[in-house]
Design a protein around this ligand. Structure first.
Ligand code: PPE
Length: 322
C-alpha cells in the first residue's frame, strides 16, 4: 500500500493537492473518532476505470452519518460525482477510494454541537489486503480474545472511525501471534466478523453467513456475493454462526472491499477441511473477479464508469491495469 501516486484530494467541495489535505490538531474527529467513512474500489475494465457499487457505498456513508447525527452538506449525486473526480484527477485506472466525513475544529466537548463537518475523498493504490500469500494460499486466522462490540453499545452497521479501535486491537493481537487476520466473536458467543471483513462458511453445499443480528457491518461485498450465489443457483442460509460451525465447515472465506473474496485456510492452526480453496469459494471468487472487471454483462449495472482525462485509459486502448 502506498500513497506515492496520489496527487489530489477532494476536500470540502474542491480538489486540493495531497499535501494540503490536512486537518487541525483540535479536530473533534481526531480526538474522539467522530467520523464516518467508506472504502470503495475502482477497477480497470475494458472500457476504462469503473467504480464498484458506488451508489451503495455513498448510501451507506450517508446512513452511517445519519446514525451519528452528522450532516454532510452535499447531495448523494454530488458525493458520487466527487468520488469519480478523485479517480480522474489522479489518473488512476484502478484504486481504493476512501471517503471520510469527520467533525472538525470548534469544540472538544464530547457533544459536537455546531462543529463543522469536514468531508474528504481520496484514493490510492491498494493491492492485496492481507498480502499476496494470504490471497494465494489462504488466510490463517485466529479467534480474537477481543469481543466484537455489541450493537447495543455502538451501531455495528455504521462504518464509523472510533468503532474501528475494536478491530485494531483484534488485528494487532492476531498479527503479533503470527496470524493474518482475527475473527471476532460477539458478546452473545456467536461469531461476528473479521477485523475488516464479513465471514462466509460452506457446509454440505450450502452457503452460510450471518447478518446485523450478529453486530456485523453489512458489507457491500457480502451483498454482492450473496446475490451472485443465489443467481448461480446455490443454496444460501443467513443465520447466526457458531465457533463449531466454523471449525466443522467445508469451506470458509471472507469478503470485503479491500480483501475481495479471500479463502481461510486455517483457524488457530486447524485447517479448514484440507486447508485448500474449496470448489464453491473458487466459483464465487472467479465470478467476483469477472464481475468487477466488467466481464459479466449480468452485473454491469454494479459498475459506474469514470471518464478519465487520459484517453488511453478509456476505451479499447487499455492494455494493462496500472
Ligand atoms: N466488516 C468490517 C468490520 C469491515 O471493516 C468491512 C470493510 C467489511 C465487513 C466488509 O464490508 P464491504 O467492504 O462493504 O464489503 N472493511 C474495509 C477495510 C477496513 C480497513 O480500512 O482496513 C474494506 O474492505 O474496505
Amino acid at each position: 500500500m502506498s500513497f506515492d501516486q496520489s496527487k489530489y484530494v477532494w476536500k470540502n467541495g474542491e480538489m486540493v493537492p495531497w499535501q494540503q489535505a490536512t486537518f487541525h490538531v483540535s479536530c473533534h474527529g481526531v480526538h474522539y473518532g467522530t467520523g464516518v467513512f467508506e472504502g470503495i474500489r475502482c477497477y480497470c475494465t475494458d472500457s476504462g476505470p469503473a467504480i464498484f457499487r458506488l451508489y451503495e457505498h455513498i448510501d451507506r456513508w450517508l446512513a452511517s452519518a445519519k446514525v451519528y447525527g452528522m450532516h454532510l452538506p452535499y447531495t448523494r449525486e454530488q458525493l458520487a460525482d466527487a468520488v469519480m473526480q478523485v479517480v480522474a484527477a489522479n489518473n488512476f485506472s484502478s484504486c481504493y477510494i476512501r471517503p471520510l466525513a469527520i467533525y472538525g475544529s470548534d469544540t472538544l466537548g464530547l457533544h459536537p454541537r455546531n462543529t463543522p463537518v469536514e468531508v474528504v475523498i481520496f484514493a490510492w493504490k491498494w493491492g492485496q489486503y492481507l498480502g499476496a500469500d494470504a490471497a494465494a494460499k489462504g488466510a490463517h486466522v485466529t479467534i480474537s480474545p477481543w469481543r466484537k462490540f455489541s450493537s447495543t453499545a455502538m451501531p455495528a452497521t455504521a462504518k464509523a472511525c472510533g468503532q474501528y479501535l475494536n478491530s485494531v486491537l483484534a488485528v494487532r493481537d492476531a498479527v503479533a501471534r503470527g496470524f493474518d487476520e482475527a475473527i471476532l466473536v460477539g458478546e452473545d458467543g456467536y461469531l461476528a466478523e473479521g477485523s475488516g471483513e464479513n465471514l462466509f462458511l460452506v457446509k454440505d453445499g450450502v452457503l452460510f453467513t450471518n447478518d446485523e443480528k450478529s453486530s456485523v457491518l453489512m458489507g457491500i461485498t457480502r451483498d454482492s456475493v450473496l446475490k451472485m450465489a443465489i443467481d448461480t443457483g446455490m443454496q444460501v442460509c443467513i443465520r447466526k454462526l457458531s465457533l463449531e460451525d466454523l471449525l466443522a465447515a467445508d469451506e470458509v472465506f471472507m469478503t470485503g472491499t479491500a480483501v475481495e473474496v479471500t479463502f481461510v485456510a486455517a483457524v488457530d492452526g486447524r485447517p479448514i477441511a484440507d486447508g485448500r480453496r474449496g470448489p464453491i469459494t473458487s466459483v464465487l471468487q472467479r465470478l467476483f473477479a469477472d464481475v468487477v472487471s466488467g466481464r459479466e454483462p449480468r452485473y454491469r449495472h454494479w459498475l459506474t464508469p469514470v471518464a478519465t482525462p487520459v484517453p488511453e485509459l478509456n476505451g479499447e486502448r487499455v492494455s494493462q491495469c496500472r
